[in-house]
Structure formats: C-alpha cells, structure tokens
Design a protein. Sequence first.
Length: 567
Amino acid sequence: MVDLGNLCFAAGEPDTLVAIGGAGERTLADLLRDAGAIARSLPPKPQPGDEVLLSCEDRYWFTAGLFGAWLAGFGVALPPNTQPETIRLLAARPTTKTFLHDGKDGSERDVRSLVARSPGAAARPLVIEPSRHLVTVYSSGSTGPHQACPKTASQILGEAALQVHLFGVKRSDRVLATVPAHHIYGLLFSVLVPMTAGAAFVRTSPLHAEAVAAEARANRANLLVTVPAHLRALSCLGKEEFSFRLLFSSGGPLDDATAEKISLLCPAAFEILGSSETGGIATRRVASGLGWHPLQGVRVEPGEGGQMLLDSPFLEPGTPRPRPCADRIEMLGDGDFRHLGRLDDVVKVAGKRVALSDLQARLRTLAGVTDAAVFAVPSSRYGSELRVVVSGAELDPAAMRQALLRHFDATVVPRQIHVVAKLPVMENGKLALSRLRELTGDEAGAFPARPLAGEIAARPLGGEGDTQRFEVKIDAGLPWFRGHFPGFPLLAGVVQLQVIVAAQIHRSWPQLGAVRRLSQIKFRKAIRPGDALVLELSRSGSSVDYTLVRGADTCSSGTLELDAEHA
C-alpha cells in the first residue's frame, strides 16, 4: 500500500509550500482543501475504467484536479496536446465522465469555479493500491498517431520516488518547468517529483529564455525541467541568469554545442531517456561523454540489429519481458550503453545507407542555422527520399547543400532544403512529423497531393503582361494559424506557396497548368496574423518568379515552374 499524502510530501505538514508564482503561493493545506472540493463535485460511484479528462495550464490547478479525481475514485486522462479537436475527441469517449480545466472554454467545469462552489473540510491523505489505474498519458505523436499509455500507481508514483532519491531533490528546492504537466515527463518531474520530495513548483511554464530567467529570478527557482528545443535558446543566457543547481532535459538528444554550453552553466545537468510507453529508462550527465546508465531496477540488452530489449518496473503490468523498443543500442559494460538512435534513423537512399541524425547534426553546425529536422519518405524510385527543414535567417539552400556534399554522398543529399523562421515544435518540445510534412509537401518539389482548402484575399495593384502585383491581407482568423504555433502563430511555407502564390498565378495566367517544380525557394521572414503583404509575379514562359514583401522586408521568394499552356 502507498500512502499518497506521505509519498508526495515528505513532512506532510499543512504549511508545506506546494506552488509558487505570480498567481499566488499555495500550501499542502490549500491543495487538500481544493482537491476535496473538486472531488465532491464529480459524479459519484465511478466504474472501473472511468476517467476524468484534465487540462490545466496552471500547474497548481492541474495538481488539484489530479488529486480531486483520484480522491473521487477516477483515473485521469491527460491529453497529448490542448488543441480543441483533441480535447473534443477525448471528451467524447464513453469512459470520459467529465472534463476539468482552468477556464479555457468558460464552462462550469472550471476547477476554480468548482472549488468556489463547494467549500468544506480538507481531504485526508489518500491511500492507493499499487495496482490501481491512476493516469492515462499519450505518446507525443512525433512519429505517428498518439497512443494511449495507462499507468498504475506503482508505475507513476514509484518512478517519482525513485527519481527523488536518485537526484537528491530536497524540500528546499523550487522547480521551474518549460514543459506542460500533461505529458509524462512534465507530470513526473514538474509535479510528482517535487511533491514527493516536499519541494515547491512554479505554477507557470515559460518558454522563451528571457521569460525563464525572469521566472527563475522572481521565484528563486533552482531546479529546471526542460527539453533540448528550449535549451538551445537558454544556453545563450549568462551565468548570473542561469543559477540552477540541478537541470533535467528529455524528449530528444542534445546537440554537442548546446550540451557543452549547458554543462558550463550547470555542472549538475542530466539527460533523461524514456518514453510515454516505457516510463524512465536511463540517465546520463550532459556533455560527459559517458554512456547511459539504467535506472535502478531497469535492465537493457541488445537484440537483433542492436534493438533495445527492456525490462523495467515501470512497464505496464502484463507486458512481455523483455520489451522490444524502437531504439538501437550498443553495450559499454557494467550495464551502461550507448544510444545509437531509433531503428528508423538509418535508411537507404538509392542503396546508400545514411543516419538521419548524422545529417541533422551536420546541418546544425552550418552558419546561420538555428535548428534542423530531417525525415524520410517512401520512394518507388530510390527506396527512400530525404526531406530537410531548417530554421534561421538569410540562409541559402544551395550553399547549405554544397556544404553537405563535403560530408555525404550526393545521392543522399536532398535536392531541396526548406527554410522556415521556426521549426514546428509541439508544446512538449518535440518536432511534429505531420507539421514537417505540411512544410515540405507530400513529394519533393511538389505541393501536397490534396490541395489546401480555403483562400486568402488578394487585391490587384496593377501590372501588365508578364508582370503582376497584388496586395495581400493576412487575416488573424485564417484556419492555417490554428496550432501553428501556440503563442507564436505563423503562416506555413506550403500555405504561402499554394494558397497565395499559385492561386494568383492561375488568376493572372489561367492558361498555365499545374505546378510541377519549385526552385530557389527561400523563406526569410515569418508571416504573422495581421500582416499586409505585396505579392510580385514575373512570368517567363511557363516559369514564374515571385516575391512576398512586407514593407522593406522580403518574406519569401522563389520560382514556380508550371505545366505548359493548354487550351
């Protein structure tokens, strides 16, 4: 049996500080009172498998909702993201009995309203059977559809207790996280770990370097929970702004340059290897050059082709042991291992083997590149073809391609490199493959096979013959801004090309056919809601040069080659 009150708060004193931040401090007594109020508002007598869907941005209200659901006998479903359609689909499941949130849609299920309407005595610490289902988390969706991953008390609370012991998290620690609490990494390290240790967590999840530094300073935070995509920006902070005694990074490998900077700023910086499906697997010190060390009770071994075979106390009960994972490893001795990437990281292009991670790492070393993503798509001609998306300003795809040719066979270097202002990073810090596919199109040098629905209004500014100009207003309500990206909406390159440029080409010269090739495409400046643009088109035969200009800035430019004139 596990005493949840004792496990989550080392001393269990009512005045133990739980949450800190601009929205106000909260103690253990506050949490137990608010969780009790939420529990009393939930449907009575839940059946096995019944869940409460929980989505709160404020980490304190998330924790109160989590405990409230557990007190009422429910499991909790945590969405993979907070997009309205994701919430709608999960809320419609027969096992979802209600949806708790902190004010996203103004409904009566706002946890703050529930607490205000149901004052009463504080709840008692909850005693939970180790086999009880507590949480369903979902895989990130970075490589495929989201997968439901149910977790028992022994899995999720047991790992939290282990991490507290392993890293020596103290009651005096104050935890700041740049990741949301509804993913397994954020749930463990930004909620359950500090609660188990009796530490306090910051209620918000700042993303940008300046905001992280400000929150850390305001709340005296000394423990940071983050991901590689955020660390690349944070590594530019000075030592005086980076006063964390302990740092955790998960969600993907750190590039060498960032790891070196972070290790100088915070010597006690650790990477965590794990997944929604498996829970935690191993840890290693950032930039140490050492291999991964399995967590206590975890054992890994290589199978055929170096595939990781995993045995762990954090696997779902009934899972065959050892469990094959989508990772490649090489043993180093004493149980430690080197992580060689995912099984699908090495692909063949026209008979040539290439590791996607190697190409991606090389791209990140090029001048002006802030981040890079590489993925493969099936090809009937070559077996696989590679797609490359990089972020940065004033980048020349042709020059980048020449730089890659000094290290890779010409067969595997993509003919096109897509440049964007910012890579499509999900709220958990991982890249979304579906978003990358939108940026590159279904096939190299072509638009997606299915046209994008909708249009963007454009007003002719005059022109004659082979030269045309249009005024383009970017309305804030355009559907392509939804989820692309939360807090930083921008218009994807594929939308610019198909819905603005190609649409006005066919308006100007309707005798031209379909777009068959793109060349010299450069995305220089982000296009945001409310922008006023000028589109300039210059035709030569079946080829059309374009520029999208905002004031004195060229946002994007390039050439579209279309099928020859037809009747």
